[in-house]
Design a protein. Structure first.
Length: 306
């Protein structure tokens, strides 16, 4: 048996999964932990992570590494995504973490992030053709999958956090801001003909903010929302109805929604509005929620390499 830990340093939080991999390459996740950090809030005008942000990241990784040591992990695979990818001092931070914690952290590219999301989806969703979207804190990755093969992928800087900040989505959403977002995202998607050319495909969503949508619909009986099609498939009608309800709520009211993650309430609409208008853009009627993300994608690839 091989015990491996995967650490994902994201814009909103640090996430750890631990898994036992057996001789037949089957693995079982035995431990999960999330630390809310919102690393993207610790950037200065030069786009560097501040000293306080570096300290908080160091402290969080120290705690996660202690857990990995306690559980006797054979290997730790740590990756960082958009916030460190775009930080001017990202490479320097990686070197400091190596020296201070003896921990190798790899800053993965947008293409690699999209690929690991693809690996997780094809191993968790029973679909051959789909458009996948992974909405993180600072970026989103869109992948075209045909016959379970990755055909095209892009990484765009439209994660839940920048969407929320740039379009005033934290509290009640004005019609003007909604239309500004719609115009912006449609113009952006128009740059990629392979998206427009694949109308009517189901959308597969991965990431914590996307899974929060499913939790809310599962736990809250809104009057004008039908029941889910099945456990992890949501219709566009339900997505649109949920958006029309949530956009009228202030932050405190959003926090009180049953199923809402407390550390996502302020950026939840920044994810939901992107899902709504991507589905509208390609005329998709179904959103399938993947229970896996890039950590599991890395885990699948690692298990296959043994």
């Amino acid at each position: 048996m091989n015990r491996v830990a995967i650490i994902d340093i994201g814009s909103n939080s640090l996430k750890l999964i631990m898994a036992d991999i057996y001789d037949n390459k089957f693995f079982q996740i035995s431990y999960e932990k999330k630390i809310k950090l919102r690393l993207s809030n610790y950037k200065n005008r030069a786009n560097d992570i501040t000293a306080l942000g570096i300290k908080k990241l160091n402290d969080a990784l120290t705690d996660l590494k202690k857990i990995c040591t306690l559980y006797r992990c054979n290997r730790i695979i740590a990756v960082a995504t958009e916030t460190l990818r775009k930080a001017g001092n990202g490479p320097q931070i990686i070197e400091e973490l190596k020296e201070a914690l003896n921990l190798d952290v790899k800053i993965i590219s947008g293409k690699e992030e999209a690929y690991y999301g693809f690996v997780s989806s094809i191993n968790s969703i029973n679909l051959k053709d789909f458009l996948q979207i992974d909405i993180g804190g600072s970026s989103c990755e869109i992948v075209l999958v045909k016959d379970k093969k990755l055909i095209e992928s892009i990484s765009l800087p439209y994660g839940s956090i920048p969407n929320t900040k740039n379009f005033n989505l934290k509290d009640k959403v004005s019609e003007e801001d909604e239309l500004r977002f719609k115009d912006m995202i449609f113009k952006e998607l128009d740059k990629y003909p392979w998206i427009k050319e694949n109308k009517n495909l189901p959308v597969v969503g991965i990431g914590g903010s996307v899974r929060c949508i499913e939790k809310i619909l599962r736990n809250h009986a809104f009057d004008d929302i039908d029941i889910l099609l099945d456990s992890y498939v949501i219709s566009y009608k339900n997505i649109n109805s949920l958006f029309n309800i949530v956009k009228r709520l202030n932050l405190q009211q959003k926090k009180e929604i049953k199923g809402m993650s407390s550390n996502r309430a302020d950026i939840f609409v920044g994810c939901l509005i992107l899902i709504k208008y991507l589905m509208f853009y390609i005329n998709s009627d179904k959103l399938s929620i993947s229970k896996f993300g890039i950590r599991e994608g890395i885990l699948f690839e690692y298990a296959e390499s043994l």
